[in-house]
Ligand binder design. Structure first.
Ligand code: FES
Ligand code: FE2
Length: 453
């Protein structure tokens, strides 16, 4: 579909360009066999306006193609969004200063139990490995020669080299770059030592339970070492190709992991954080500017945990509409059903005038108070790419407002809830989320951030 659209678009550009050239500049259309003469006379005789026109046309064509056909890729790292600029300090200094001064609060354990997205599948090709640090672990993630992905501890037990930095994939093993020991992806067992005849039983690295689904490589993390008791379900429309990929956003967030899913149960914040039009931007200080008051978003939401055997799942049901000068613009209505699956995965199914689609949301702790949040959007064929991208951009702007709250807030262990349906949902969410912590779940030992940015 996308290739066909791109071909049609290029044809369109060529035809428009030929006809504009013909009509405005009175240069005849190209005939076969006259290419060189035509090019020569064009270069020799054209006025400067022709070149200006051509330049502008080229730029517009290039930007138009990007906008209309290429998937979105919006990456916002720490400091790009979510901090208050003061016009004097460099943003890096502001971020470091806020992180140092910030009170973290009595936070729950920092790495919950569950499946976590490590990386998008397309980032690791057959025979490649990648070093990934998440959940306080240093991992070597590789794709074997048959295409299966594996997750091993990164450090070689021989002398400590990092298997994924210079390591080589051989069959279903990863070979250490230092002295050539090979470790099997499935179980981490050493299968080959180039200079020894026998391989000791203890020669192995930890192999983490992993799976690949919906365009992501996941690993299972459990503080008590328990095996997975649930798995992220497949989204059939992604697997069978009836939904196509239209982009991604990536955000690095400075907060405890639970703050992000808790947002789904926090109905009141929708009015205060997400009501101003996305045109008003991401800065909480500026988004209430009267300039943008002619339009705003309205939301209604409810959150419910699922019953056994799906107790690790909860659903946020959301209705969105957009008002301009007080009038609802029906084409922008949106019905969303966001399934939170375990501590860090959300499938956000949506239906609008343009068709159906899903956001796959993966939230993974890369440090105790630093999370990586990635959204991938897939939509039905009825969705024009630029609409899907606009929708994704709107979602990203809304998330960036949340990030400004998350990056600066303190976690309140015993919140001052008032007697209300709204606050009681947040309390229920906290009880629900606590199932992902266990006795040995790692806790933050120091209040001070370990790393400067
Ligand atoms: S450190 Fe890996 S083989 Fe020696
Ligand atoms: Fe929010």
């Amino acid at each position: 579909m996308n290739i066909l659209s791109a071909v049609l678009f290029v044809l369109f550009i060529v035809l428009v360009s030929a006809s504009v050239t013909d009509k405005l500049l009175e240069i005849p259309l190209l005939e076969v066999g006259e290419t060189w003469n035509y090019m020569y006379s064009l270069l020799a005789n054209s006025s400067p306006y022709f070149y200006i026109f051509l330049g502008i046309f080229g730029i517009v064509g290039f930007l138009g193609k990007r906008l209309l056909f290429e998937p979105l890729d919006r990456v916002r790292l720490l400091g790009d969004v979510g901090y208050q600029a003061d016009g004097k300090w460099d943003m890096k200094e502001i971020v470091n200063s806020v992180r140092k001064r910030r009170l973290v609060g009595e936070i729950p354990p920092v790495y919950p139990n569950g499946w976590f997205g490590l990386t998008e599948s397309f980032r690791i090709k057959k025979g490649e490995s990648k070093n990934i640090s998440v959940l306080g672990l240093n991992l070597a993630v590789f794709r074997d020669e048959k295409g299966e992905a594996h997750v091993l501890d990164a450090y070689c037990p021989h002398l400590g080299a990092n298997l994924s930095v210079g390591g080589k994939v051989v069959g279903d093993c990863l070979e250490c770059p230092f002295h050539g020991w090979r470790f099997r992806g499935h179980d981490g067992k050493c299968t080959y030592i180039p200079y020894a005849e026998t391989i000791p039983d203890i020669a192995k690295v930890k192999s983490w339970p992993s799976m690949e689904i919906n365009g992501w490589i996941y690993m299972w993390h459990h503080a008590e070492g328990l095996d997975p008791n649930w798995t992220p379900p497949e989204v059939p429309e992604i697997t069978n190709g009836s939904y196509t990929y239209r982009g991604r956003t990536e955000h690095i967030i400075n907060c405890h992991i639970e703050e992000v899913p808790e947002n789904g149960a926090d109905v009141v914040h929708l009015r205060h954080v997400h009501e101003p039009s996305i045109a008003a931007g991401t800065d909480l200080d500026k988004m209430w500017n009267i300039l943008w008051s002619f339009s705003h978003h309205t939301w209604s939401a409810s959150w419910e945990p699922h019953a056994a055997p799906e107790e690790h799942v909860s659903t946020l049901t959301l209705s969105h509409s957009m008002k301009f000068f007080g009038k609802r613009l029906a084409p922008l209505d949106l019905k969303v059903s966001a399934r939170q699956i375990g501590p860090g995965i959300v499938y956000l199914d949506f239906v609008s005038l343009f068709g159906k689609g899903v956001f796959i949301h993966n939230l993974t702790p890369i440090e105790p108070m630093v999370q990586r949040l990635v959204h991938n959007i897939y939509v039905s064929w009825t969705y024009p790419t630029f609409v899907a991208k606009f929708f994704m951009l709107g979602e990203a702007i809304q998330v960036e407002r949340d990030i400004m709250i998350w990056n600066n807030k303190k976690y309140i262990d015993k919140p001052m809830f008032v007697k209300s349906k709204e606050d009681s949902v947040i309390a229920r969410h906290r009880r629900w989320y606590s199932q992902f912590y266990s006795e040995n779940s790692p806790r933050l030992k120091f209040q001070k951030e370990a790393l400067d940015w």
